[in-house]
Structures are given as C-alpha cells and as structure tokens.
Write a protein that binds this ligand. Structure first.
Ligand code: FAD
Ligand code: EPU
Length: 342
C-alpha cells in the first residue's frame, strides 16, 4: 500500500479541476482496501479522515481540496457466475472500465448493455446513479452487487430491490451515501437480444448507417455516433456529462407551461407527471454557449457544463447556481444537480 500525500486529483476527474487530496491510495483487492482503512484508524493517524471512493471521476465536481483519504478503486476482473437457458450472469470488478465491459459483452454476443455504450467511468459507479441512456438503465440488467461497509468492515450483497433504483438515483447516492464501497457488480445479460431502438435518434442513425439487419454491435455503434456528435469528449474539454437531472413536473403545471411556451419539450411519465428536457429550459434562458473565464455551458448541449482549461470547481458550481436560479425564475421549475459535488 502506498499512501500519497497532497496528491493532485486533476488527472482523476473528467472536469479536469485542480484539487488536492490530503491522502490518496489505490486498492486492487479487498485486502488492500482493508490496509488503507487500517491506515485511517485513529491509532495510526491520530484522527479518522473522511473517505472518498473514486472511480473514473466522470460524475464528480471538486469545489475544494479533499481534506481526507481518497481511495481509487482498481478492483479488476470479469467472471462468469452462472448461465441458464436465457441469460448469462457476469460479475465485474468495480474498477473495470464501463465501456470496456460493454465491448466485452458485445464480443460475446450478450445483449442488454449496448444502449449504454461509451458512458465514461467504471463498473462500480454504474449502480450509484443507475446510469442510463437511450431508453435503457442499469436496473434493466442488474442482478446484484457486493459492497464493503466502511465501518463494519464486512461485505454485504445487495439485490435489485435493495438498491431502490430510480432515475439517476439509488440507496448509495441517497440513504447509504458514503457508507459502502461497491466492490463488484453482477449483470444479467440476455442470450437473445431484444433490440431497444425506441429512442428516436437511434433509429435515425441506424438508417444513416444503412443498417438492414439489427445487431447489438450496430446499435452500439449508432449510440456511439450520436454521443460523439452531441457530447464533448472529456479528453478535449473538461465535463461530467449532464450536470443537471431532467426535472419532473405535475401534468397540470406542464399544461400551463405549454400554453405559455408551446415548444417546451416534455415526456408523459404516465403517473400524473411529465419529465421536462432540462437542456431545453437552460437553452431558453440563454445559457447555451455561455462562457465566463474557463467555465461554460456547452454550445451543443446546454445540459453539460464545461471547463475550457483552468476553471475552478467553485466557478463551475457558481455557474450551475446561476442557471438553477434563472430556470426557476423563467419557468418556476427547480433543477437539481446530477453531478456529485465535493
Ligand atoms: P466517479 O465520478 O468516480 O464517482 C461518482 C460517485 O460515485 C462519487 O460520489 C463516488 O464517490 C462514488 N463512487 C464511485 N465508485 C464507487 C464505488 N466503487 N463504491 C462506492 N462509491 C463509488 N451518466 C449516465 O447515467 N448516462 C450518460 O449517458 C452519461 N453520459 C456521460 C457523458 C460524459 C461525457 C461524461 C463525462 C459523463 C457521463 N455520465 C453519464 C456520468 C458518468 O459517466 C456516470 O455517472 C458514471 O457512472 C460515473 O462513473 P465513475 O467511475 O467515473 O464515477
Ligand atoms: N435539448 C435542447 N437544447 C439543448 C439540449 C437538449 O433543446 O441544449 C432538447 C433536445 O432537443 C431534446 C431534449 O432536450 O428534445 C433531450 O435531449 P437529449 O436527447 O440530448 O437528452 P438529454 O435529456 O439532454 C439525457 C441524459 C443523458 C443521456 C441522454 C440519452 C439526463 C440528465 N441526461 O440527456 O445522460 O445520455 O439523455 O439518453 O437524464 C448524463 O446523465 O450525464 C447523460 C449524459
């Protein structure tokens, strides 16, 4: 175990924000994780430090230095757990790169995650906010996960219902925040694909690609093409994907908004609520393409805040607060942040 001190997190967050961890270590096994936690005990360190588990750093905004111990999850491995007539169950280490796991499934002709291609980050964070894109969420292929309780030092298994998955939510982002390290996730993949091209842009892209016979490989390619055309590549411009969630409103308010703003984008959730496109709301408030210093609102996707180089986390955060205030004022709709603020 190698504990680094005053460690720069700039290469470890896709926003590219400069922030320092008081202590930083990597763990590639549960034993190494336990060693790191032992370092953090009052006896060896006088004071127990706050702990932050880091995956790919693609859904996090550092607004200050982290005065504690950052633990970078590097648990690797993909193993076949079981197989039945319809499914294959694969268990992946939390430190596996998510898109590489998707590619692995596609190569093995296992369906279910192709619509989630090219989402940055690691397997371990996929249940944190029930990652989703193009009509699919992780809950649709989730079987179970293993998580290590930081205080009890015991591994606990969570099944689907235990995770209380919602739109960009789970118990790990909610009531158990900061309590567990997710160490492995088991997914239930389908031997026989049921293609999901309900998200309009996919069908359109498949047509542009000239695809005649659907396959999980070409759906993945279509999703990759769409994502590359819309979302900034963090290797070029710092960002963490959608900064805000798409807000829900009750149908009555939506009808009123529609009268006032006929072009407003909303999707009926069939439960008395409508989901609004936050990107549209933000664009209407004039933020799309806005830049102040190195903090900005992306020119092709207003839901994505960006760091053009040397923005401070605080500047990105302040911009997000201004956006929330202006959307509230114009539409009386409250945006909430998707990105984890540290
Ligand atoms: P990190 O940013 O490292 O961590 C996120 C949070 O989870 C932090 O609070 C961290 O403490 C915690 N955490 C991480 N790993 C563990 C663990 N093993 N145990 C316990 N806690 C942990 N998300 C979507 O849902 N859909 C999208 O389409 C999408 N598109 C994106 C596009 C771009 C360009 C970018 C930059 C981001 C996008 N995201 C999207 C957000 C992000 O990719 C996902 O949320 C991803 O799952 C984050 O993974 P990570 O490993 O980078 O997590
Ligand atoms: N829109 C605008 N202006 C904009 C951006 C979007 O008017 O600047 C409108 C679009 O025209 C479209 C609607 O908003 O009618 C939805 O846009 P898009 O299809 O780009 O999706 P999104 O709602 O902005 C969500 C997720 C993404 C996910 C895509 C595809 C959230 C918060 N975001 O974005 O997830 O990849 O759908 O499924 O739910 C992420 O979570 O980080 C993320 C990137």
């Amino acid at each position: 175990m190698n504990i680094e001190q005053d460690f720069s997190l700039k290469p470890y967050n896709t926003f590219g924000i400069e922030s320092y961890a008081k202590y930083f270590a990597r763990f590639g096994s549960i034993a190494e994780l336990e060693e790191c936690l032992a370092f953090n005990q009052p006896a060896t360190n006088n004071l127990q430090q706050p702990i932050l588990i880091l995956g790919g750093g693609s859904n996090i905004l550092f607004t200050q230095n982290f005065e504690g111990l950052v633990l970078k999850n590097e648990l690797k491995g993909i193993e076949l757990v079981k197989e039945d007539a319809a499914h294959v169950y694969l268990k992946a280490g939390a430190g596996e790169n998510w898109h590489r796991f998707v590619q692995y499934c596609i190569q093995k002709n296992l369906a279910g995650v192709e619509n989630l291609s090219l989402i940055p980050g690691n397997v371990g964070a996929s249940p944190m906010q029930n990652i989703g894109a193009y009509g699919v969420e992780i809950k649709d292929v989730f079987h179970s996960l293993e998580a290590f309780h930081l205080q009890d030092k015991k591994t606990v298994t969570f099944n689907l219902n235990d995770c209380e998955f919602g739109y960009r939510e789970s118990v790990f982002k909610g009531k158990y925040k900061g309590q567990f390290v997710i160490t492995a996730v088991t997914y239930r993949l389908n031997k026989k694909p049921s293609f999901n091209i309900s998200y309009g842009a996919i069908a359109q892209e498949l047509e542009t690609m000239g695809v005649k016979d659907l396959s999980i490989a070409n759906i993945s390619e279509a999703v990759i093409n769409i994502r590359k055309s819309k979302l900034p590549n963090p290797a070029e411009i710092g960002n963490a994907g959608s900064f805000f969630k798409n807000p829900e409103t009750d149908n009555e308010q939506f009808v009123q908004l529609k009268e006032q703003f006929p072009a407003i984008v909303g999707y009926d959730l069939h439960n008395g609520k409508t989901k609004l496109a936050a990107g549209w709301l933000i664009e209407q408030c004039g933020w799309k393409g806005y830049r102040k210093g190195d903090a900005g609102c992306h020119g092709k996707q207003a839901l994505v805040l960006v760091n053009y180089g040397n923005a401070k986390g605080e500047e990105i955060y302040n911009l997000s607060a201004d956006i929330i205030a202006s959307v509230k004022e114009k539409f009386d709709v409250e945006l909430s942040r998707e990105v984890n603020i540290v």
